[in-house]
Design a protein around this ligand. Structure first.
Ligand code: FAD
Ligand code: SF4
Length: 519
């Protein structure tokens, strides 16, 4: 072979221009790398899903006539890391040219570019051809350290890619229909929640390898991987989303329930969310394909689906997904060190097993351990909010999110976690800290009625811990937050409390903060 082309585990893009022609002198390499299993402790389903999807991708390429080497953990064991493996492969196959697609993680991109700087072969990095915005144009939309806002970026993207536009104006007359979304699930809604489409991909061989190599993982093992690992499965999931969930996506986007799973729909855990993040982040399916399919479906069913639902969904992909990627690349590696609020407490132990008396946290953590999945509001307003108001050190929060979720790859995980949810970036991603008391959870879920704690109490033995932690957090950061007009009401409410009440709340919170593992 003359050329070796490396395909990383999150580069399973069958539409890439690499594959348009078959070249007998090109060897493709897909490898289960030990270094990728250990840079953070991963959920076992995440490791199995990535390895299974890589295996499927290599079969598909071979079937199409390409020359492919698929290496398992057994094969890559002798090589210390990716550069060592590549060096050995260059020698074995007398390679003259090395080509790769630009990694989406800073860690890997640096590793490969350092390797290429010393490599004697000719080397070339390609765009992944996955995102709406190419790598090279991110600098025209983002600047390092600048506070960017989603809305302005999103509108530019809609116009540039002509998405949901009518003669230069947003379809439906509004850019954003958020106000018609965000409803709570009422009792009568629970029986209508569709059962999630899941797959049953056998990953028992992969799991045996993971165990044999003593890869440290956590979470519930499922011998049948529920996630789409082929393009065909990803498309099936997308079509099922259009048919069963799209019409209510925005409406119940922020809702949470602990009742649907045991009372109505067996194994209901994702409500009206698409669960397409794994398929998109591994690049099995492209954001453009998802968006085009959803819009085409909407146009065929305009009498059943209203634009608010479609716009809400599109915004997540054309807006947030591309937005956080720009923030990541323009701010790394500094971004990974930011800790504006100087948070320094340890992540409570129950994040690893879910045994806490707080019903909301228990449900979000256990579901994440069971399915490697939680929807956005569970991540942001349940576990994320807890870590924020309890002052948990952002690197520990990042590591947990990066490990546990099926879709967690640093370029998307970190701006969401360290930025949006922990405000550790001081507002580069979001204009304010998403801090909330138990009141928010009570408004958007049915967790509180069956909780050990009392939602209406701020202090006292059984008071909802989120209430006093919230006030403690807002009080602690008053100097920084009070300048934001969006916080004016909050501080006005705090000042209305008597000094005795304030002291009691702060003392109660301090007691909890010293005992987070026991909550
Ligand atoms: P849906 O609700 O169906 O949304 C559709 C798609 O929109 C998603 O598949 C995703 O590609 C995109 N999307 C939605 N919200 C965001 C967002 N905030 N940022 C980027 N893309 C978005 N998403 C990841 O893909 N990987 C992560 O590691 C990740 N970590 C997160 C950590 C925290 C603390 C928070 C608050 C959010 C995180 N998100 C992450 C964003 C979001 O929660 C997930 O994309 C979403 O829950 C995936 O489920 P879904 O496919 O059912 O999404
Ligand atoms: Fe969560 Fe507080 Fe409600 Fe319990 S009472 S579920 S801890 S918000």
């Amino acid at each position: 072979y003359q050329t070796l082309r490396l395909i990383l585990g999150d580069q399973l893009n069958a539409s890439h221009s690499w594959y348009k022609t078959i070249n007998d002198s090109t060897l493709y390499v897909i490898a289960e790398l030990h270094q990728e299993t250990s840079y953070v402790k991963h959920h076992v389903q995440k490791v199995c899903a990535f390895f299974a999807a890589m295996q499927e991708f290599s079969h598909a390429l071979k079937k199409a006539g390409h020359h492919v080497v698929h290496l398992t953990l057994d094969d890559t064991l002798p090589h210390e890391d990716l550069p060592a493996l590549l060096g050995a492969l260059f020698e074995k196959y007398a390679i003259e040219t090395f080509e790769y697609q630009l990694p989406d993680e800073y860690r890997l991109r640096t590793q490969l570019s350092d390797f290429c700087a010393y490599c004697k072969l000719s080397t070339r990095g390609y765009e992944t051809e996955h995102f709406y915005l190419s790598d090279s144009e991110l600098t025209t939309y983002f600047s390092a350290g600048k506070k960017h806002r989603l809305e302005a970026f999103y509108r530019k993207m809609r116009v540039r890619f002509n998405i949901l536009m009518n003669n230069g104006q947003p379809a439906g007359g509004e850019w954003n229909f958020d106000t018609s979304n965000r409803n709570k699930l009422k009792q009568k809604d629970l029986s209508h929640i569709p059962e999630p489409l899941v797959f049953a991909n056998d990953v028992s061989d992969i799991f045996s390898r993971v165990k044999k190599h003593q890869i440290s993982t956590f979470g519930t093992y499922e011998s049948k991987c529920l996630w789409p690992i082929t393009r065909q499965q990803a498309k099936a999931l997308l079509f099922s989303f259009c048919e069963t969930q799209l019409s209510k996506f925005g409406f119940f986007q922020d809702a949470m329930t602990c009742k649907a799973d045991d009372m109505y729909v067996k194994k209901q855990w994702s409500l009206y969310h698409s669960r397409l993040s794994f398929a998109m982040n591994s690049k099995i399916i492209s954001p453009k394909f998802v968006v085009d399919t959803v819009i085409a479906y909407f146009h065929q069913h305009e009498d059943e689906i209203d634009i608010a639902q479609v716009e809400g969904f599109i915004r997540q992909i054309v807006g947030w997904r591309e937005f956080v990627r720009g923030i990541y690349w323009l701010n790394m590696p500094r971004y990974g060190q930011l800790n504006t609020l100087a948070a320094k407490r340890d992540l409570p132990v129950w994040f690893w097993h879910g045994e806490t008396k707080m019903n909301c946290q228990k449900h979000a953590v256990k579901q994440s351990l069971d399915y490697a999945y939680a929807h956005h509001i569970q991540r942001l307003m349940v576990t994320g909010n807890f870590c924020l108001i309890a002052g948990i050190e952002p690197s520990q929060v990042d590591a947990w999110y990066l490990g546990i979720y099926i879709d967690a790859i640093e370029w998307v995980e970190m701006p969401n976690t360290r930025g949006m949810s922990q405000f550790a970036d001081g507002g580069i991603v979001g204009s304010k800290a998403y801090a909330a008391s138990g009141n928010y959870i009570n408004k958007m879920s049915d967790y509180c009625s069956s909780c050990h704690y009392e939602i209406k109490s701020i202090t006292g033995h059984n008071a909802c811990p989120l209430n006093s932690l919230y006030w403690h957090f807002m009080h602690e950061h008053e100097q920084q937050f009070s300048a934001n007009p969006r916080n004016r009401m909050v501080y006005a409410t705090w000042r209305k409390k008597s000094p005795e009440q304030q002291t009691e709340i702060l003392q109660h919170a301090s007691g909890l903060l010293g005992n987070l593992d026991k909550l």
